[in-house]
Write a protein that binds this ligand. Structure first.
Ligand code: PGA
Length: 248
């Protein structure tokens, strides 16, 4: 069974609406005909201009977060139906920066994942260990715990259609990338965990990507690992380098 690769950008809190339109216009011809799925997860205010600018192209626009309620008194939040109505197809959930700075818990993420599936959005669920956890040799245990809590009660069909991003926290924005062997080891462990929780078919179908200081120089080696189906790209997704990563 072959899984289609996916390269997703995560702009984090970068790019104004005007910069978004200019960036997408430049990116379009560079990724036209790419063999991978190309996704750009943009700040909420950039979603509508990004969707307009990418219409008719192979660039899919994603969000970086959403709430698990349909509507209501949640100042500053965005609902799944708002994303769908705007034309968003996928959403990053559980990025370590949101887990840390916005106190997102696995319980909240479980609710968000269920809502995303209900609305036909493809979640990119992030998981990954801190440097301390790696040094204590509990990376595997910690990631298993994250996956078991986040995916509780979610069907195998939904898991088959989602993306799981392995993002070691110590490698995010630090310039320090996990080696291809380290990344493959944990992505393989994630696939085994999915097989244990579901079945072999589900483990074969779910796309598992790596994120953490991916750049045009290291992407090809990372993406050539058997259990790594692409990448979640932070800093390099803000540069023309992103197209090189897509086409690597
Ligand atoms: P980075 O970020 O590529 O800048 O390390 C990755 C991410 O946080 O998704």
């Amino acid at each position: 069974m072959s899984r289609k690769r996916i390269v997703a950008g995560n702009w984090k809190m970068n790019m104004t609406p005007a910069e978004t339109v200019a960036f997408i216009a430049k990116l379009k011809p560079e990724v036209d005909g790419a063999e991978t799925d190309v996704v750009m997860c943009v700040p909420a205010i950039d979603i509508v201009p990004a969707i307009t600018a990418s219409r008719g192209t192979n660039i899919v626009i994603g969000a970086q977060n959403m709430h698990y309620e349909e509507s209501g008194a949640y100042t500053g939040e965005i609902s799944p139906s708002m994303l769908v109505d705007a034309g968003v197809k996928c959403v990053i959930l559980g990025h370590s920066e949101r887990r840390e700075y916005n106190h997102e818990t696995d319980d909240m993420l479980n609710k968000k994942l269920k809502k995303a599936f209900e609305h036909g959005l493809t979640p990119i669920l992030c998981c990954g260990e801190t440097l301390k956890q790696r040094e204590m040799d509990i990376t595997g245990d910690f990631i298993r715990m994250q996956l078991k809590s986040d995916l509780a009660g979610i069907s195998e069909i939904d898991v088959q259609n989602m993306v799981i991003a392995y993002e070691p926290i110590w490698a995010i924005g630090t310039g320090e990338t996990a080696t291809a062997e380290q990344a493959e080891e944990v992505c393989g462990l994630i696939r085994n965990c999915i097989e244990e929780m579901y079945d072999e078919d589900t483990a074969e179908m779910v796309r598992i990507i790596y994120g953490g200081s991916v750049n045009a120089g290291n992407a090809a080696q990372l993406f050539s690992q058997p259990d790594i189906d692409g990448g979640l790209i932070g800093g390099a997704s803000l540069k023309p380098e992103f197209a090189k990563i897509v086409n690597c």
